[in-house]
Design a binder for this molecule. Structure first.
Ligand SMILES: C[S@@+](CC[C@H](N)C(=O)[O-])C[C@H]1O[C@@H](n2cnc3c(N)ncnc32)[C@H](O)[C@@H]1O
Length: 263
């Protein structure tokens, strides 16, 4: 079994304990934020992350992606990765020994501060604050579950935090992992053309964003609010703030209440 991570991006080098890799085209992008993913479906990456701004940033080496295929760590000739749940019940569970071996590889290959996360509907709800905190790390390792999930002992043994993308159940952790990566990568320096856009968007100030408009100035009888066409930046800022507050109060009383306590 190869320990080498499958990398997606401009360069694929990572300093490992194996000196021959340092002699080839595999030096690590030491400063690049790293998304490391343990998955049964490595070909699902980079997926949509290979497009648009995240795709360009990946090619430019502003972040890097490493997938660790779970299958080669499986048991026996068929590399089995799952088994029936202890105590009975429907479905299959990813085996502790198999996942544990992949986690060990991930730990060996990670660098700096890279929290390990298991994407799971039971986890702490993912939010913008978590995206900011992960974007400030050197990267993140994500464990993608399948079937009924992962043997609890792996999570307990390594102290892996569970993170949820919402109160719904998906078939696997790969889509949540891509969502999490997107939310983090766009906060990294140089990824978005205009850094101010992440300062003013929804959740950045505990508020939802104000409505946005662009040309044409009149469409189907609907006009752009006149204040936005006035050129008066003070009035525009005031209008946007009022709209953001009104929207947040109406749509997300939970966020509004939280703001009050944090100020
Ligand atoms: C079918 S789900 C397992 C659901 C699990 N039996 C339960 O009831 O909590 C398979 C995998 O999809 C991923 N997953 C599903 N829903 C998710 C969510 N809302 N957030 C994050 N990951 C999710 C997890 O990695 C999970 O192990």
């Amino acid at each position: 079994m190869s320990d080498a991570p499958k990398s997606h991006g401009r360069k694929t080098i990572r300093p490992t304990l194996r000196p021959q890799e340092l002699m080839t085209d595999r030096p690590s992008l030491a400063q690049a934020w790293t998304a490391q993913i343990i998955t049964l479906f490595p070909d699902a990456f980079p997926g949509l992350l290979g497009q648009s701004l995240t795709g360009k940033a990946l090619k430019d080496g502003l972040w890097q992606l490493e997938t660790i295929d779970l299958r080669p760590y499986g048991e026996g000739k068929h590399r089995n990765v799952d088994d029936t749940p202890a105590g009975g019940g429907a479905g299959m569970v990813l085996r502790a020994d198999v996942v544990g071996r992949a986690v060990e590889t991930a730990r060996r290959q990670s660098r700096g501060r890279m929290p390990m996360i298991y994407l799971s509907p039971r986890g702490r709800p993912f939010d913008q604050a978590m995206a900011r905190s992960l974007a400030d790390c050197d990267g993140v390792t994500m464990l993608c579950g399948r079937f009924e999930g992962i043997d609890q002992r792996v999570l307990d043994h390594y102290g892996i935090e569970e993170v949820s993308l919402g109160d719904f159940v998906l078939t696997g952790g790969e889509l949540p992992a891509q969502v999490l990566i997107d939310a983090c990568v766009r906060l990294r320096p140089g990824v978005l053309g205009n850094a101010a856009s992440t300062e003013e968007e929804s959740f950045s100030d505990g508020l939802l964003e104000h409505p946005q408009y662009t040309r044409p100035t009149e469409w189907q009888g609907h006009e752009i609010p006149p204040v936005l066409m006035s050129g008066n930046h003070g009035e525009i800022a005031k209008w946007r703030r009022a709209q953001a507050e009104e929207l947040t109060r109406a749509r997300r009383p939970d966020l509004w209440a939280k703001r009050g306590t944090e100020e």
